[in-house]
Write a protein of this length. Structure first.
Length: 421
């Protein structure tokens, strides 16, 4: 279960009610007309579970002998999958290790592949467009490094996840490589509950069905008008985006770090746009891990420019009883107040203390409390941030789902190599 504590204050008046009703209506329109397909992914993706299971059983022992699931993708093609893996891997004993090849950084690529061999791995290539230069370059490196013969059973070790009809899809068809397609109306940053995440996570051994179940129940609850707090929060942030342009996600658990990176892409790429009045709008996301960043970024929030809102994520029960030893060390007695306390209690008390300190400085905060990390809660958390993003986009009056601002850099990159060649 997740509790969303609403601290942001929005005046409930006729105009704000009208704005919220319009935003809610727009999301209903997006869902019913297929403007964005992520709303339906929790149901639509259930069929993928059977396809993944069939692959595990039928591909000539390839799956059974694999130790590693190597995901080759970047941005929306990998961040969500990586986030879920990070949140859950400590709870599973018999899963296949997931390795992510994202950045075209030669040092990290070489380090990540030290233990990988062709015969102990399955390679999942994820690119919605099929032409992502970082992803395809990393794929070429894999094919060359391990001397793949795509006319042999080697291609059983490769899975392609892409748009139907993309260049990568055509490549897969030519070599009879197993392919899973992404719905055309689902953008990369909203795609984690499509084949993008469902296939590699299923192959790793995670209970993806419960993740989908959690997301489905939350999305249905939203469209049954039972999650008004999402639109209220979006309204506060959009109405105050010039006063509070920076949104800080402060998560109190190390295993949430990759989730915060997923949030940053979702929030930044969706909301940084030019609106219908030709104004530049958006909300700048930044994400931090407590209690580590209490010793760095918190100072800026407390005494720097008051231009930030802060959302805290707190795990009530880490399901780990590790305790601070009841011992006193000479000259270090001032820390003895925590003796005998569970580390779980310490990190949550630090979350509460930090939140309360910000409230005293009139800094807008809210709190997401998760009773424990499990698959259903992860599904709900993903759905919450996706719906919040869509609500903010609707209130800004922008296209939440495109990203025209990133295309110029791609064109310049191509020209640089055209000149070189």
């Amino acid at each position: 279960m997740i509790e969303f504590n609403k601290y942001f204050k929005v005046e409930i008046n006729e105009e704000n009610n009208r704005l919220m009703m319009n935003a809610f209506g727009l999301l209903i329109h997006e869902k019913e007309k297929g403007v964005s397909g992520y709303y339906n992914l929790p149901c639509d993706s259930l069929n993928l579970l059977k396809e993944a299971k069939d692959y595990m059983i039928n591909e000539d022992g390839v799956y059974q002998n694999a130790k590693y699931i190597v995901v080759i993708g970047i941005g929306g093609s990998s961040l969500g999958t990586k986030a879920i893996n990070s949140m859950l891997k400590h709870k599973y004993k018999n899963i296949k290790e997931m390795i992510f090849l994202e950045n075209p950084d030669p040092v990290s690529l070489s380090c990540n592949l030290e233990k990988v061999k062709k015969e102990n791995s399955i390679f999942v290539i994820v690119s919605k467009s099929g032409g992502t230069v970082e992803t395809i370059s990393n794929f070429k490196m894999i094919l060359n490094r391990y001397q793949f013969d795509l006319t042999s059973k080697d291609n059983k070790r490769i899975i392609i996840v892409t748009d139907e009809g993309s260049s990568l899809c055509k490549f897969a068809d030519a070599y009879k490589i197993k392919t899973f397609t992404i719905p055309s109306n689902v953008g990369g940053r909203f795609s984690v509950l499509s084949a993008v995440g469902v296939i590699p996570l299923s192959l790793a051994g995670y209970d993806v069905q419960d993740i989908l179940k959690g997301a489905d129940s939350f999305i249905k609850s939203f469209f049954d008008a039972k999650e008004e707090h999402i639109i209220l929060k979006a309204l506060f942030q959009v109405q105050n985006y010039k006063k509070y342009p920076i949104n800080v996600l402060f998560s109190y658990a190390d295993f949430l770090e990759d989730f915060t990176k997923w949030f940053i892409q979702l929030w930044a790429e969706s909301l940084g746009k030019i609106d219908k009045n030709d104004d530049n709008v958006g909300l700048t996301p930044t994400a931090h891990i407590g209690a580590v960043d209490q010793h760095s970024f918190l100072q800026l929030i407390m005494q720097g420019v008051k231009d930030k809102t802060v959302t805290f994520i707190k795990i009530k029960d880490f399901e780990n009883k590790l305790t601070i030893p009841n011992m006193s060390l000479k000259y270090l007695e001032k820390t003895d107040f925590a003796n005998g306390v569970l580390f779980n209690e310490l990190i949550n008390a630090e979350c509460d203390a930090t939140k309360e300190s910000l409230i005293t400085k009139n800094i807008p905060v809210d709190l997401i409390e998760i009773d424990k990390i499990n698959e259903e809660n992860i599904g709900q958390l993903i759905a919450y941030f996706e719906l919040l993003t869509s609500c903010a986009g609707a209130l800004f009056g922008i296209n939440t789902y495109n990203q025209p601002g990133v295309e110029l850099g791609k064109k310049i990159l191509i020209k640089k190599f055209e000149k070189k060649n």
